[in-house]
Design a protein around this ligand. Sequence first.
Ligand SMILES: Nc1ncnc2c1ncn2[C@@H]1O[C@H](COP(=O)(O)OP(=O)(O)OP(=O)(O)O)[C@@H](O)[C@H]1O
Ligand SMILES: [Mg+2]
Length: 329
Amino acid sequence: MDIIELSGLTKKFGPLVAVDSVSLKIREGEIFGLLGPNGAGKTTAISMLVTMKKPTSGSACVNGFDIVKEPDGVRRSIGIVFQDPSLDEELTAYENLELHAAMYGIERKDRRDRILEVVRIVELEDRINDIVKTFSGGMRRRLEIARGLLHYPKILFLDEPTIGLDPQTRKHVWDYIKTLKVEHGITIVMTTHYMEEADSLCDRVAIIDNGKIIALDTPDALKDSLGGDIIIVRTPEPRKIEEAVKGIARKTKIDDGSISLSVAQADKKILKIMDIARERKIEVQAISMHKPTLDDVFLHYTGRNIREEAVSGKDAMRIRHNAWAGGRR
Ligand SMILES: Nc1ncnc2c1ncn2[C@@H]1O[C@H](COP(=O)(O)OP(=O)(O)OP(=O)(O)O)[C@@H](O)[C@H]1O
Ligand SMILES: [Mg+2]
């Protein structure tokens, strides 16, 4: 069953189309990922779904409620973990959760039990009376997830759940997210620009670029769609390589000083390509092979590399910090 449905959902900021007529359906109980570089429109899309921004056009339903006409119904159905930290550092973990419980109208007599229940899920019971200022980044993120669960949402929205965390802590947070799905049946909608995160966590992924969905499927199907392993040849003459490997490569993509080739049985083909390059006197600076990743999928559809985008999107980073300002509940 579909629990979220977007139909032509669009958000413009002046001339900029941040979310460009996005239509998709999210199934109950799945972990659905929006993957894309800085500025792709992920936070904007989520903020419309959680009723913090009004769409310019198009529509969406969350748990059967229209995001514009029935925002209260939507809000009752969802929990949110923001991209930017939003805990009160001077309060204890317990106090942060209590404040939120009160804001969400959870009755006083139920609050303590609920709070203890959610901190148990993220294993923060023994830190519950400590001031948040003394928490590590990973602990803060877990506390924010706990807070998003306080009112038993059917759907949890996580905007960049592991941004800025070290790889080990990131894996811990992934485990908690999986637990929410498997043991608590919560539908998870998350954004990320980490490909590994989308790959290992999400049941289905929509790759988003410049506000548009460019591919949507399970991570495996997206990678399989490239047609085999990837060989990357670093060369000043990528066009000559492209010409030379006709008949060997199923697909080719030239990317600034290198060419990537989709092939079956890359270990054998790599030797063949070396031979051809030598015969034709094409300069090869380096050659490598790997199983396809979601990064290759992104490259395939956009001609750009998501990693480089993620590092260089300074403007998006700057504006992102203002994006939620004044909108928090
Ligand atoms: N309030 C705003 N006013 C004007 N432009 C905005 C606003 N919020 C976002 N944008 C622009 O909309 C585009 C999408 O931004 P958004 O924050 O949704 O991207 P994102 O995919 O979440 O990026 P990131 O990975 O950096 O979080 C960007 O070009 C951004 O600069
Ligand atoms: Mg964002």
